[in-house]
Design a protein around this ligand. Structure first.
Ligand code: ATP
Length: 227
């Protein structure tokens, strides 16, 4: 079976996330997609996050209606909220692969904004060895941008990528040590930051969120500032 792993902060999960996963599900015939909220994301430690249970609850609500979408506790804190250990994707993927069959094919789903930072992640070469990538592209990014985001040891020489600077990021990039598939323009102009700001400003959230997630935020008072 083709299996997708989609990690994020999901603070909160929004329609951009589900649009990406639905597109990947269709294009790559993914039988299951695991949504993995990070307890402590290595790159987002500057602001306080909503608690892991709240973010997981919203992921569970937003994925309830798609048979193939599975909310995952792979990065749940092992010792309640006391854990301070960041979650690294390479460790998560290795652990997850132990639960898969030999015949399963694992795809790591990611948006292009996050992918551009991939070279700064822990042991990115190992992560590329463990699974194939599906990167959700968006207008304005070229195939060369995708290739240039790879860790240095996997990155093609500038003379190779230069001709691709004007080519939109689509198709597949198959290199020694890395396979990257591009999903075209599934990027919605939404981010969790915008959702949190809209809640704080008392603005409507209608089109950004699954209705059940919207209700959860309303009921629990998440992201509201002031009294
Ligand atoms: P924040 O605004 O708090 O930084 P975010 O909206 O980027 O959050 P994350 O949970 O950090 O959400 O993202 C998880 C994954 O989803 C990342 O790979 C990111 O690139 C991707 N992603 C986020 N928003 C979109 C979007 N609108 N369309 C497609 N992919 C997205």
């Amino acid at each position: 079976m083709n299996i997708g792993l989609f990690g994020g902060t999901f603070d909160p999960i929004h329609r951009g996330h589900t649009a990406l996963t639905r597109a990947a599900q269709e294009q790559f015939q993914l039988g299951r997609i695991y949504f993995v909220p990070a307890n402590i994301p290595p790159h987002k430690q500057k602001r306080p996050l909503a608690s892991f249970p709240s973010r997981y609850a919203m992921v569970a609500l937003a994925t309830a209606e798609n048979q193939a979408f599975v909310p995952s506790l792979l990065e749940a804190p092992a010792d309640g909220q006391k854990s301070t250990q960041a979650n690294y994707s390479v460790d998560t993927v290795k652990r997850f692969k132990q639960t898969l069959k030999k015949s399963d094919r694992l795809f790591f789903l990611i948006g292009i904004d996050a992918f551009r930072e991939i070279a700064t992640w822990r042991d990115p070469e190992a992560l590329f060895r463990e699974c194939e990538f599906i990167v959700a592209s968006r207008p304005g990014y070229s195939l060369a941008d995708v290739a240039n985001a790879l860790p240095e040891s996997l990155r093609p020489a500038p003379s190779v990528t230069k001709p691709f600077q004007k080519q939109p990021a689509k198709g597949d990039l198959v290199l020694t040590g890395a396979t990257v598939h591009l999903l075209e323009s599934v990027h919605y102009d939404i981010s969790a930051t915008k959702v949190r700001e809209a809640v704080a400003a008392g603005k409507p959230l209608g089109k950004f969120l699954d209705p059940a997630v919207r209700e959860y935020i309303k009921k629990t008072g998440l992201y509201r500032t002031g009294p």
